[in-house]
Design a protein around this ligand. Structure first.
Ligand code: FES
Length: 162
């Protein structure tokens, strides 16, 4: 169950949207922030708040790759694998991060700290290769810089291995 203040906030945002569907991603992201991922319970709550069927919400949720329908780590690292980033070393960046985290692309470290995911274009192609940690974007990320960014996350968490 979401807290009443969050529910009221979401209701206001839905009321301000032209259509309820327009507010769907915003609502799902807030619920995801609350639960850590879009749980079945969260999906049901989104459905009730938005006046959409659970299936309609599920369709929207699975369309947006920043909405997680499975548990993720405390930090989610997205590495763009679209053409500009790929051409400028995105693949090597992803491999370097997987090696650092001792996990595979698409997986979460054993300690639940970091989920590493490839993603579609982050809309920052001019600064390729790009990655995103949580909601913060980084551009011109060499493997060395990417490793520093992710290692810093883990240090901040106080975890030293996966
Ligand atoms: S191709 Fe990577 S940000 Fe656009």
């Amino acid at each position: 169950m979401i807290p009443e203040n969050l529910k009221a906030n979401l209701e206001q945002r839905i009321a301000a949207a032209i259509t309820h569907r327009e507010a769907a991603v915003d609502v799902m992201k807030e619920l995801q922030r609350h639960y850590g991922w879009l749980t079945d319970e969260a999906l049901e709550e989104a459905s009730q708040l938005l006046g959409l069927s659970p299936l309609q919400v599920e369709e929207l949720a699975t369309f947006y790759e920043m909405i997680y329908r499975r548990p993720v780590g405390r930090h989610v690292v997205h590495v763009c694998d679209s053409v500009s980033c790929w051409a400028l070393g995105g693949e090597t960046l992803l491999e370097s991060l997987a090696k650092l985290l001792e996990t595979e692309s698409g997986s979460t470290t054993a300690d639940g700290a970091v989920t590493l995911l490839p993603c579609s274009c982050l809309g920052n192609c001019g600064e390729a290769p790009c990655m995103m940690v949580g909601e913060k974007q980084y551009g011109r990320v060499t493997p060395e810089i990417g490793v520093q960014i992710v290692a810093a996350l883990r240090l901040r968490d106080g975890s030293t291995n996966s």
